[in-house]
Design a protein around this ligand. Structure first.
Ligand SMILES: Cc1ncc(COP(=O)(O)O)c(C=O)c1O
Length: 451
């Protein structure tokens, strides 16, 4: 049997075994009767390879997590070194070098404005922690009525029951309505909401006014506002003006409401600065980080918060403490991957080099930005998006799946959100890969709107 045949056999059997035993995330499993699974054999740089040797440019960084490519030699080396020292130890009553160094470095990145790091594993857990901490802080401070939360229209903060409460995506939430606590949903500053003659700043001001009206009526009951700074990812990479963040920071101060910045998707340089909030010159009361912080290697999430919040829990009374935990809190391997990630940021001048990459990609994507069947081409840092015009409702409803399939046939991993096509590539693309990505995205788009 030739090795080629052997490989083919491998791929189909992996797929069959996966479909029989793995329940895949965010998937109507029946769709795999038409859309084949792809069994990944290995990854290198920006590319994933299947068992037949076909390759896919991972243009969405495997759900927005990968920063420096697959099988990155520096992160690999750090993990191998850590493996021989300590794979895991519980963090209650014990501590270790990787978690200490990571916490110190993250605190320094906030200029020590948020100097206390609490760890978990997935993004949604970090959101749960921020919400619980906010409520518990107010309770400890003598304001137990401050138990409500505010989120933005189209917001996405994860799938666990608490995070779903501040998520405004009907498709993910509807089925669980009776289980989920309701939150206040205020206007989104999404620049695409501009009325005739309005600027993105006008939209942001209008949205902030909506929040202020709610605060006027109910701030005494509200613990926190949670936002995805600058870009609402699951809303289809909805981008908005930074003035919104300046205004909501001021409103939260004035009405004594916490501001939670969910930087799970937009942190770690994704919008052009390490934290998206930096672009507005503000610090929130809580920052949630996950995804890219471990370079896309291991599940790691954390919440950074201020001295003020931390001190609100510091007491002789155990019940005033934050008695939340996860088994893998502060896992040393995950923290070590994060330290290697931060080291690459420092050594490779990543943010500046991404600026050059982004300029090149915007230029290469110009034919799509100007295409008669696209609207709202937008870019912030290393996030690029546009909306497809698809007047036929039937075709519009299948646009994303058709695009995904056509993309894989053209060596791209792209997964539009509805009709919003976005690129969120790892920070390693060279000029050839930038050209290929732009050219193939255009080709796929033409195929999908024509066929
Ligand atoms: C802004 C935001 N918050 C929270 C989450 C949830 O993170 P996780 O999927 O790791 O639970 C996501 C995931 O996409 C996200 O984009």
């Amino acid at each position: 049997m030739s090795s080629e045949i052997q490989l083919k056999h491998d791929s189909s059997s992996w797929i069959a075994r996966s479909l029989a035993s793995v329940w895949h995330p965010c998937t109507q499993m029946q769709h795999h009767e038409q859309v084949p699974l792809i069994a990944v054999s290995h990854g290198k740089g920006a590319w994933l390879y299947d068992h037949e040797g076909r390759r896919y440019l991972d243009a969405i960084s495997s759900w927005w997590v990968n920063l420096f490519g697959h099988a990155n030699p520096r992160i690999n080396a750090a993990l191998k070194d850590q493996l021989d020292k300590l794979e895991h130890a519980m963090l209650a009553g014990f501590t270790h070098e990787p978690v200490i160094e990571l916490s110190e470095q993250l605190a320094a990145l906030t200029g020590h404005a948020l100097g206390h790091a609490f760890y978990a594993s997935d993004g949604a857990s970090a959101v749960e922690i921020a919400l619980k901490m906010s409520y518990h802080y107010w309770r400890n401070a003598g304001f137990p009525n401050k138990s409500e939360f505010v989120c933005l229209q189209g917001s996405y903060h994860g799938e666990t029951v608490g995070a779903l409460a501040v998520t405004d995506v009907a498709l993910f939430k509807e089925a669980y309505g009776p289980m989920v606590r309701s939150a206040h949903v205020v206007a989104s500053p999404d620049a695409r909401n501009a009325h005739e003659g309005e600027s993105s700043q006008d939209v942001a001001r209008r949205a902030a006014d909506d929040l202020e009206r709610l605060f006027e009526q109910r701030a005494d009951r509200i613990a926190a506002l949670i936002v995805e700074p600058l870009v609402q990812g699951a809303a289809g990479m909805a981008m908005y003006d930074r003035v919104y963040l300046e205004m909501v920071r001021e409103l939260c101060n004035r009405y004594h409401v916490h501001l939670v910045a969910d930087e799970i998707a937009v942190g770690c340089g994704r919008t052009g600065t390490f934290f998206a909030c930096e672009q507005a010159g503000i610090w929130p009361d809580f920052i949630c980080l996950s995804k890219g912080i471990s370079g896309g290697y291991l599940p790691l999430s954390l919440v950074l918060t201020t001295d003020r919040v931390y001190e609100g829990f510091y007491s002789e009374d155990v019940r005033r403490g934050f008695l939340h935990s996860h088994s893998y809190t502060g896992n040393p391997l995950a923290c070590r991957a994060a330290l290697a990630t931060l080291q690459i940021f420092r050594e490779d001048d990543v943010l500046n080099r991404n600026r050059e990459r982004a300029t090149k990609l915007v230029t290469a994507l110009a034919p799509l930005a100007e295409h008669e069947r696209t609207r709202h081409f937008r870019q912030r840092g290393m996030i690029f998006a546009f909306d497809a015009v698809e007047p036929d409702p039937q075709r519009a409803s299948t646009f994303s799946r058709r695009f995904f399939t056509a993309a894989t046939e053209n060596e791209l991993l792209l997964r539009p959100i509805g009709r919003s096509v976005y690129l969120m590539p790892p920070y390693v693309l060279d000029d050839g890969e930038i050209a290929l990505l732009a050219e193939r995205t255009r080709r796929v788009f033409e195929q999908v709107i024509a066929g």
